[in-house]
Design a protein around this ligand. Structure first.
Ligand code: PLP
Length: 488
């Protein structure tokens, strides 16, 4: 263990660009945080009145709260683009058993098991995705995208290449253009074709000597697998650019195709989607990034390595973009994902994508005569986007339908996203739902469609059974009350 009064020797190289962990260490030594001197007055408490409650009162409070909450353990939760699939209990147990055992400042020789877990997950992800290396540090999909973009920036800077444009199709996940912009690139958005695929002619026009990268979300937010990937890779590489793959929707293709084999130079994953790490409420998640050989030097430090005898953290990587998360990221997510992969094995992982695809296409076949959907004949991967445009004739919106679903005891889908579909209802049944659960969801949607025609008022004023009705989200966001005060 490190001496408490000195910054640990083996951590001295873990300096984030523009940030020095030694400052935090020095500050915490002097106890300045305790005095809260650094906090602005308007966010410090003026009075301290903490309720005094007995244990049963606290337990009842939280149990009652949990009863009015809706989660994946309560019912089907087909939030499009979120892969809200069932999170098995055994991975939770694995993480719970591990979490109290190690301290982040422990010497590497005493945490060989934890390092091995991280190393093994990295190796599995390399195999699953066809990449040459992975970093497990980013805490979310969007942070993974940003990290990959920062790596591309560093790569071109090292080559003294001034490329500064990243091409993003309008079917990409909304975080893609933001990640590229945050890394300092100019974003060039291109329109997809009528079916939702990349329009090769528009792409060719957008590509130039300024093109640094192309970001592809595949399967896309429309649930489509991009059919011209090899040609896209040829166009981008031919112009000197690199390819990024947003693999957050990997549950639609896992075990079938690998981004690395399709020509991608780097990619991100969402362990909190594909690999059954729970998510929602802002995390914590894990968004590992994979890279091909030419980008390995730029990965965040430390990387997790094995020298044939022991596992170790490599901080000595001069071209690294620095750290993007404290210590090694959300380590508990890593344990859960590794358990999930080991339990499934390669055959099981293939079945994940088979069931994910089967379930969404079954849902399309059940709903396409009731709810508008573009090109229902094109097979979907993990999800499908319907539209409530037709219902607008009866003054019923996607929001009304979503709210009415709550009355029937299921969770609404994602609505109004992707933006390319008007009145979007984006539904991802996921691979963990049974035929009965999907039938039930479709029956409810068909019933709501009938109600919309015969009794629109009941849909427009939904929900009727929940503890709160429709909330004014904008007001709540602008007038946020974050502090408990006595009497509330
Ligand atoms: C395709 C895709 N990319 C990126 C993200 C962003 O991931 P996160 O919410 O973990 O930042 C998501 C989120 O669900 C996604 O579906």
């Amino acid at each position: 263990m490190a001496n408490n009064n000195e910054f640990p020797e083996n951590k001295k190289s873990c300096l984030v660009k523009n940030f020095d962990f030694r400052l935090i260490f020095e500050k915490s030594k002097k106890n300045t945080f305790k005095k809260c001197n650094d906090l602005p007055e308007n966010i410090t408490r003026s009075t301290l009145s903490i309720p005094e409650l007995s244990e049963p009162e606290v337990i009842r409070h939280y149990t009652n709260l949990s009863k009015i909450n809706f989660g994946i353990d309560t019912g089907m939760y087909p939030l499009g683009s979120c892969t809200m699939k069932y999170n098995p209990r055994f991975t939770e147990h694995m993480a719970a058993n591990e979490q109290n055992m190690v301290h982040p400042y422990q010497d590497e020789s005493t945490i060989q098991g934890s390092l091995e877990i991280m190393y093994r997950l990295k190796k599995h992800l390399i195999n699953i995705c066809g990449m040459d290396d992975f970093s497990l540090q980013p805490a979310a999909g969007a942070q993974g995208e940003f990290t990959a973009m920062a790596i591309l920036k560093a790569y071109f800077e090292r080559k003294n290449d001034k490329r500064n444009e990243v091409i993003v199709p309008d079917s990409a996940h909304g975080t893609n253009p933001k990640s590229a912009a945050m890394a300092g690139f100019d974003v060039v958005e291109i329109k997809s074709d009528e079916k939702g695929y990349i329009d090769l002619e528009i792409l060719k026009e957008a590509v130039s000597e300024k093109t640094a990268a192309f970001m592809l979300t595949s399967p896309s937010t429309l649930g489509l697998f991009e059919k011209n990937i090899l040609e896209i890779a040829r166009i981008i590489h031919g112009a000197g650019g690199l390819l990024f793959y947003d693999g957050a929707n990997l549950n639609g293709i896992i075990g079938k195709v690998r981004p690395g084999d399709m020509g991608f130079d780097c990619m991100s994953l969402n362990l909190h989607k594909t690999f059954a790490v729970p998510h929602g409420g802002g995390g914590p998640g894990c968004g590992p990034i994979g890279v091909k050989k030419h980008l390995v030097d730029f990965l965040p430090v430390p990387t997790i390595e094995y020298d044939g005898e022991k596992y170790y953290l490599d901080h000595d990587r001069p071209d690294s973009i620095g750290k993007v998360h404290g210590f090694n990221g959300n380590y508990l997510s890593v344990i859960k994902a590794l358990g999930y992969i080991k339990r499934h094995g390669s055959v099981g992982l293939k079945r994940i994508s088979e069931f994910s695809v089967l379930n969404s296409n079954y849902m399309v076949s059940r709903l396409s005569s009731t709810y508008e959907i573009k090109n229902p004949d094109i097979p979907r991967k993990h999800e499908a986007v319907f539209s409530a445009s037709r219902h607008k004739n009866n003054d019923i919106t996607a929001l009304d339908i979503a709210k009415r679903l709550i009355d029937y005891g299921v969770h609404p889908p994602t609505i109004y996203f992707p933006l390319v579909i008007k009145e979007a209802l984006m539904i991802e049944p996921t691979e963990t739902e049974s035929k009965e659960a999907i039938d039930n969801y479709c029956d409810i949607l068909i019933r709501i469609n009938d109600e919309a025609a015969k009794d629109p008022e009941v849909v427009k004023t939904a929900p009727h059974t929940s503890i709160v009705g429709r909330l004014d989200d904008v007001f709540a966001a602008r007038k946020m009350i974050l502090r408990w005060s006595p009497g509330e």
